[in-house]
Design a protein around this ligand. Structure first.
Ligand code: FAD
Length: 396
């Protein structure tokens, strides 16, 4: 036994596991699916290579919203006088803002770990890759687990996409994950991309007192909301001093002698530039299939090559393999991933469940926030629907 012990230390542990359902990824798609399956009496194994909770808990929804709260509170305090409150001095401390965000995140991550234990879900910390359509190898350091499963749910999420432009590798360029851990004092930030993530950060930084510029390729920011809503938030952003440059194509990122970043972009045929301390690239997210070795299964990709193709029951082209959440590229929202997980598990349980995306709620945490549900007015008109439009002032 002594010899085996040392052999194990040198070569790593090997274990074969049989299970009803293997879930790859412990984000809001994966962990909700795992709990739903376990509660319905299925034996579940979940493989996660980083922390439980996925992008949403560790570097997405929750951390951004924690910082949104700090930033909004700071903005309120700066305007305290208007409310009849006298505040002598207010200062934003990036270190403590990030610490608070981390402690919220850690509490929620351990909450998910507790739920995994309570529901007797076996969590294997490691990177999963397909050996064949039924077998997945999960590697964790020197240890290797070979999992054979009746059904497999892929819930590997997405990662930030990057821009292929000169200067993108400069150390002052951040993606959203880096930005959420950035403790540096900054006076000014340039954000490339005026989508949801870009605009949420624009208001965070602006509320914290920084000068912000947003450079957007399309002719308006937040192209997923109605044009009048997008115009309204753009107007509010400009009133707050946020520079919005639409119809602008970023061409390169330079570096000044004093170390500042210079973002060059083309607008109306002329080259312009903005100087700042940091640059945040928020140009979208890509389905994460890296290392999965999907080619060892017959699971097909979407026609545009982005993400794994699924039917309305979340089945891939292989009957017992499902793909839920950001990795199927349908709608990149945490609660959508969770619901897709429930649908996949219901189908594994023998029900006939389908996803219905007609009324998905969606909130954008700018200041003020934007809420959507169902079709936008623009989309309804595009579809030739006979609609009537009502507007009511929020203040009233
Ligand atoms: P993820 O949460 O990405 O989880 C996938 C997990 O799989 C990860 O933990 C990853 O480590 C793991 N993994 C990947 N490959 C492997 C492998 N081979 N082996 C083992 N493990 C693997 N959505 C909202 O609804 N509201 C918001 O306010 C919101 N804000 C956001 C803000 C930001 C800055 C970002 C980036 C995203 C935000 N989102 C928001 C989107 C939301 O985070 C995602 O839609 C959601 O996390 C998708 O869940 P998922 O389970 O599909 O994947």
């Amino acid at each position: 036994p002594k010899l085996d012990y040392f052999a194990g230390m040198i070569n790593g542990k090997k274990e074969d596991i049989n299970t009803d359902i293997l879930i790859i990824g412990g984000g809001p798609g994966g962990y909700v699916a795992a709990i739903h399956a376990a509660k319905n009496g299925r034996k579940v194994v979940l493989a996660e290579r980083k922390a439980m909770g996925g992008t949403c808990l560790n570097e997405g929804c929750i951390p951004t919203k924690a910082i949104v709260k700090s930033a909004e509170l700071f903005e309120h305090i700066k305007n305290a006088d208007e409310f009849g409150l006298e505040v002598k001095e207010a200062r934003a401390d990036m270190n403590r803002i990030i610490d608070r965000k981390n402690s919220i995140k850690d509490t929620l991550v351990s909450g998910i770990e507790y739920l995994m234990n309570k529901n007797e879900i076996r969590v294997i910390k490691g990177s999963a890759s397909f050996v064949d359509e039924r077998t997945v190898s999960v590697k964790s350091g020197r240890d290797e687990y070979t999992v054979e499963a009746e059904n497999i749910i892929i819930a590997t999420g997405s990662t930030s996409s990057t821009l292929k432009i000169p200067g993108i590798d400069n150390e002052f360029v951040m993606n959203s994950t880096k930005a959420l851990d950035c403790r540096d004092n900054m006076d000014c930030v340039t954000i490339i991309g005026g989508g949801v993530i870009g605009m949420e950060f624009a208001f965070i930084y602006s509320n914290l007192g920084m000068k912000v510029n947003v450079v957007e390729y399309f002719d308006r920011v937040l192209t997923m909301v109605d044009s009048d809503v997008s115009e309204e938030i753009c107007k509010i952003a400009k009133q707050r001093g946020i520079g919005i440059h639409t119809g602008s194509k970023v061409t390169r990122i330079g570096r000044e002698e004093n170390g500042k970043a210079v973002v060059f972009f083309e607008k109306d045929g002329t080259e312009r530039f903005i100087t700042s301390d940091k640059v945040l690239v928020a140009t979208g997210r890509e389905p994460d299939v890296q290392g999965l070795e999907l080619e060892n299964t017959g699971a097909a990709a979407n026609e545009n090559g982005r993400g794994i193709a699924v039917d309305s029951g979340m089945r891939t082209s292989v009957k017992h393999i499902y793909a839920i959440g950001d990795v199927n590229s349908r709608m990149q929202l945490a609660h959508v991933a969770s619901h897709e997980g429930m649908v996949a598990v219901d189908n594994i349980l023998g029900k006939d469940a389908h996803m219905d995306y007609t009324a998905v709620p969606n909130v954008i945490f700018t200041s003020p926030e934007i809420a959507n549900v169902g079709l936008t007015e623009d989309a309804a008109l595009r579809e030739g629907l006979n609609i009537s439009v009502s507007k009511f002032p929020f203040g009233a």
